[in-house]
Design a protein around this ligand. Structure first.
Ligand code: SAH
Length: 256
């Protein structure tokens, strides 16, 4: 007779909270409740400042982002600080842009917390890719055009040097033959490389949408084709943070 494995639930835990893509109204009620109970909040880049209005006035807020003129806080420091505060009895919220489990190093943070015997709760957020799709007024998986979608980073890993970078050529080919829409995060700095690679597998006339600052008042976007992607982004001055959507579903996108 098998016995269920006994789970030792850690007494100390940290809550990873998704702050959504930008618009603070896209927070979940769960996120708001977690913020209301927090005593220490570690905040990433791209989290809208108004999100912090839900935190108690006396909560300690630590900005650990890479932008905003400050140097990037080393990942190891963020991880140690979270654990230290949680063990000291603080109610720690780690606030991350979009959904906390997509990109943004959540995997590393979870692994570290687990290794320290610290429990983790995760509260989903609206990811930037889906906010971008929303603003295009299309279905990411419109069955006439796509069987599914791939969320992929355009940023090659530096800390995992033995992890190969994305094979854009192969991904373009796969997207074409399997009818998959590509939702590219962090693609701006390697745009040319991505475009050249994808064009080995996808036709140059494949529709592409770029959405910068999705869900925010300063949102900007462009509809173009894969072949014209680089020149369109340069002409329109579209920068990071942007989502690049590649695939036939984009042809139904709203013209602004
Ligand atoms: N966890 C986040 C993604 C973090 S990676 C999420 O689920 O959304 C950071 C990348 O997300 C940026 O380089 C950009 O590609 C994208 N991004 C974040 N906010 C965005 C926004 N408001 N509009 C467009 N892209 C955004």
């Amino acid at each position: 007779k098998r016995r269920a494995m006994k789970k030792t639930s850690p007494s100390v835990f940290i809550t990873l909270v998704g702050a959504g893509p930008g618009d603070p109204d896209l927070l979940t009620l769960k996120a708001v409740k977690a913020l209301q109970q927090a005593s220490v909040i570690l905040v990433d880049d791209l989290v809208h400042p108004d999100v912090l209005q839900h935190a108690p006035a006396q909560a300690r807020i630590v900005h650990v982002g890479k932008r905003g003129g400050c140097q990037s806080t080393p990942q190891a420091f963020i991880e140690k600080l979270m654990v230290q505060e949680a063990l000291a009895g603080e109610t720690v919220v780690r606030l991350k842009g979009g959904d906390p489990l997509l990109f943004g190093r959540a995997g590393e943070e979870i692994a570290y917390l687990q290794s320290q015997g610290v429990g983790i709760k995760v509260i989903n957020g609206v990811t930037a890719g889906l906010a971008a799709i929303n603003s295009l007024g299309i279905s990411l998986t419109h069955r006439q055009f796509a069987h599914g979608a791939v969320m992929v980073t355009g940023h090659s890993p530096s800390s995992y040097s033995n992890t190969p970078a994305v094979n854009w050529e192969l991904l373009g080919h796969t997207a074409h033959t399997c009818r998959l829409t590509l939702v590219i995060y962090m693609g701006v700095s390697s745009l040319e490389h991505i475009q050249q690679g994808l064009m080995q597998g996808l036709p140059a006339h494949t529709p592409v949408a770029v959405v910068q600052h999705a869900s925010l008042p300063q949102q900007r976007e462009a509809l173009t084709t894969l072949g014209d992607l680089g020149s369109t982004m340069a002409r329109e001055g579209l920068q990071s943070p942007s989502i690049i959507v590649v695939g036939d579903v984009v042809q139904g996108a709203r013209a602004w």
